[in-house]
Design a binder for this molecule. Sequence first.
Ligand code: 1HE
Length: 268
Amino acid sequence: MLDILQIKLTHLHLELKEDGVLIATLNRPDKRNALNEASIEDLITLFSAVPRSQTRAVVLAAEGDHFCAGLDLIEHHQADRSPADFMHVCMRWHEAFNKMEYGGVPIIAALKGAVVGGGLELASSAHIRVADSSTYFALPEGQRGLFTGGGATIRVADLVGKARMIDMMLTGRVYKGQEAVDIGLVQYLVDGSSLEKAIELAHFAAQNLPLSNFAICSGISHMQNMSGLDAAYAEAVLAGLVNTQPDARARLEAFANKTAARIRPTNQ
Ligand code: 1HE
């Protein structure tokens, strides 16, 4: 098993908790965590390693007041890229974000301040998003003379619907607070620290069996890409594997002998 703390990263800081919760923190706060080529390579390296490591859940956090300002516009301006060059840049973004969404390990994004452009593409690749009162969302590509290139047409449109995404891009509309929850950009909005809440949720998810989390954090996304008929088939095959795993027997036994916790409504 790969030791996650041994991998070399430039713009991400890692901290591993005892139960396998990994806190990965974007650490370019002086650039508002804008995603340059090195940051994207870091994300690819990290999320290629995570499924083969001791990590049970990831909290994606950020240094400074802003989660992520999107594409590094200064690097893009200075590099003066050709269409083919930028197409390949986008393909690295897709590599990173697909590894996150389809990797099979739960990723919980702790959001604050700006979650804009490519920053929203990054956040939408996580499985759970938690916002605090400072968090706001926008797709300013339209105003910058750009277009999304990191999967927003897939993931953001999936979260909020095509009409809202088009409005965000045409008018620069900014969403925050309860409205961001209501339209599906985030699942949790907290008064206090989004990081604290994200860590709490990650500890919870880390208690599930890894094979169950694998199915949840890759199977659902894959099945959404399939026809209904193929998705039903894939679901049955995956459930055959997950629902008969030897490690589940103790949990089923606990339910049968009435020692397992019952499901009750909570304030989560
Ligand atoms: C940056 C970037 C960046 C900040 N690339 N350097 N994204 C955007 O259009 C958002 C652009 N950023 C902003 O609107 C603001 O910076 C923030 C709202 C995020 C933060 O504002 P503020 O007042 O706290 O910071 P600032 O003074 O604007 O910036 C501080 C520094 O961060 C400054 O660098 P400095 O060296 O002059 O100190 C900024 O240049 C730097 N900085 N944002 C590079 N984005 C795959 S396609 C995806 C397409 C997109 O993502 S388009 C959306 C791009």
